[in-house]
Design a protein around this ligand. Structure first.
Ligand SMILES: [Zn+2]
Length: 141
């Protein structure tokens, strides 16, 4: 497994992604199977920093390494919590968030889903509280 830091050329966010190998990354990229976690754009590039970052991980002190792992674990725990307590609305997130806000639509659960940085900014300007959370794709579910 290899971890690349990918960056979206459209909305400028970067995120980490795991690949079986660098060849797999190239293959997925060629087939346009990579897209941005934020806006769904296919204009994804590997950041230049990535290879250094990967080879650097084994060389950083063990305590740091543990820290990284525990952050990863925390994110996963957080995701578990969100999945359990919030309703997944996927790309309808902004629509659902607005309908809750403006129509007083009652929901038993909060919602989570995907939105672009721009959409989040708009929601915030409209006074709709939205949190950005780090998300690690889990292939097991
Ligand atoms: Zn994007």
């Amino acid at each position: 497994m290899i971890k690349y830091k990918l960056i979206c050329k459209k909305c400028d966010i970067s995120f980490d992604s795991w690949f079986a190998s660098s060849k797999e990354y190239e293959k997925l990229k060629k087939k346009s199977l990579l897209n941005c976690h934020g806006c769904g754009s296919k204009k994804i590039e590997k950041t230049l920093m990535a290879p250094k970052l990967i080879s650097g991980i084994n060389r950083i002190p063990k305590s740091q390494n543990l820290k990284l792992r525990s952050i990863d674990k925390k994110i996963k725990e957080y995701q578990k919590f969100i999945k359990k307590n919030f309703e997944y609305v996927g790309k309808n997130f902004t629509y659902e968030a607005r309908s809750i806000h403006y129509n007083n639509k009652k929901k038993n659960k909060g919602i989570f889903g995907t939105a672009s940085i721009e959409q989040i900014k708009e929601l915030r300007e409209e006074g709709i509280e939205t949190e950005l959370i780090p998300w690690v794709e889990d292939k097991n579910n």
